[in-house]
Ligand binder design. Structure first.
Ligand code: ZN
Length: 366
């Protein structure tokens, strides 16, 4: 264990796909960065030995980053939770939530924290801490989204904890569309998606390409309505009008008549509308079913893809290898910690990110 005064502890999320949870210790304070649940569903970070915290700071609202808030409590000092307005709106009401800007700087318990939009989810941000030569935590991020705005981090950071979910994968999002397009053109098609992530983005791409028969579940309908109103700050410039038109055009899914392009949560089919639709359609020939995100072991998504009833076509919502390399060249860290990918990716990433030192050691001295 580190004896340094300033350190970054990798509690969970490095070395294997798993819930995000890190502890930044600096200036006599202990900040937890994200506190997620899964994948796989139900997996929680191991907090034994973490002790009391001064704050929990959230990068975005996805379950693998915020799903374990029940682990906060007296043992952790019931710390305040820092989150952007869009993320805070979906948090349990019993928490003491303090605001984070979606793009800008603020003081968190005496430390300057700079944020920018992460191109990945409504209200999602990367976080830069003015400690130890600069510490950047990207949370999840994407430089390619057609929907969510991305503010590239520019402040130098000696230590960078980076979303490297895709490891050495480097296909552009245009390639994802080329693979998905035949399914969209053929129809009817069910796309199980997260409503607060790539769901609205894929819907927008399809809508912009002239497909007007778009059907959504309640979660997607609500997410589109928020993007057209209170989540607007997370949108790329110039697309608010398209989102408003899409929100108005999308119709409810009718389980008895699969037609057009249907987008429904949850992405892995384990709950919500997708679970109900899969129960109706798993053993029928229509509609086609295409999963576009991480196929979590033990979920209906895995069962359908393995059995051939479902297909997998990735839709990029994390950085490609070339995006990670570009970010590292911009902020010039001495140490990079690749997060959310398997340890087997480390040799390749170390080679591509040199001269920065890439490491997955459990504790990094700052
Ligand atoms: Zn995410």
């Amino acid at each position: 264990m580190s004896t340094g005064l300033s350190s970054l502890r990798l509690i969970s999320g490095v070395g294997a796909k798993g819930p995000a949870c890190f502890v930044l210790q600096a200036a006599g304070r202990r900040f937890m960065l994200d506190l997620g649940e899964g994948p796989p569903p139900g997996k929680l970070p191991e907090l034994d030995g973490v002790g009391s915290l001064d704050a929990l700071i959230l990068s975005h609202g996805h379950k693998d980053h915020v799903g374990a808030l029940s682990l906060l409590g007296k043992k952790r000092g019931a710390p305040p939770v820092y989150a952007t307005a869009s993320v805070a709106a979906a948090l349990p009401k019993n928490l003491e939530v303090r605001p984070l800007p979606i793009s800008g700087s603020t003081e968190v318990l005496g430390i300057t924290v700079t944020t920018g939009r992460n191109g990945h989810a409504p209200g999602g941000v990367w976080l830069h801490f003015a400690v130890g030569g600069g510490v950047l935590y990207t949370g999840d991020w994407s430089a390619e989204s057609i929907l969510y705005a991305y503010d590239p981090p520019a402040k130098p950071a000696a230590t960078a904890l980076l979303d490297c979910s895709y490891g050495g994968y480097d296909k552009p999002i245009a390639e994802c569309w080329r693979e998905l397009a035949p399914f969209v053109e053929r129809g009817p098609l069910l796309l199980p998606v997260p409503a607060n992530g790539r769901g609205p983005e894929i819907a927008l791409e399809i809508f912009r390409r002239g497909f007007s028969e778009i059907f959504v579940d309640e979660a997607m309908r609500d997410a589109l309505a928020l993007l057209a109103t209170s989540d607007r700050l997370s949108l790329r410039a110039g697309i608010a009008e398209d989102i408003t038109r899409l929100a108005a055009a999308a119709k409810p899914i009718d389980a008895s008549h699969p037609s057009g392009i249907m987008l429904a949560a949850s992405a892995d089919g384990s709950s919500s509308a997708t679970a109900r639709l899969l129960a109706a359609w798993e053993h029928t020939s229509e509609p086609a079913i295409v999963f576009t995100g991480y196929v979590t072991p033990g979920t209906p998504a895995e069962r359908l893809v393995k059995g051939g009833r479902g297909k997998f076509v990735r839709w990029n919502v994390h950085p490609r290898l070339s995006d990670v390399v570009g970010l590292v060249q911009a902020i010039k860290p001495q140490t990079v910690i690749p997060a959310f990918c398997d340890r087997a990716q480390l040799p390749l990433l170390a080679e591509k990110l040199a001269p920065a030192r890439a490491t997955m050691e459990p504790t990094i001295d700052l």
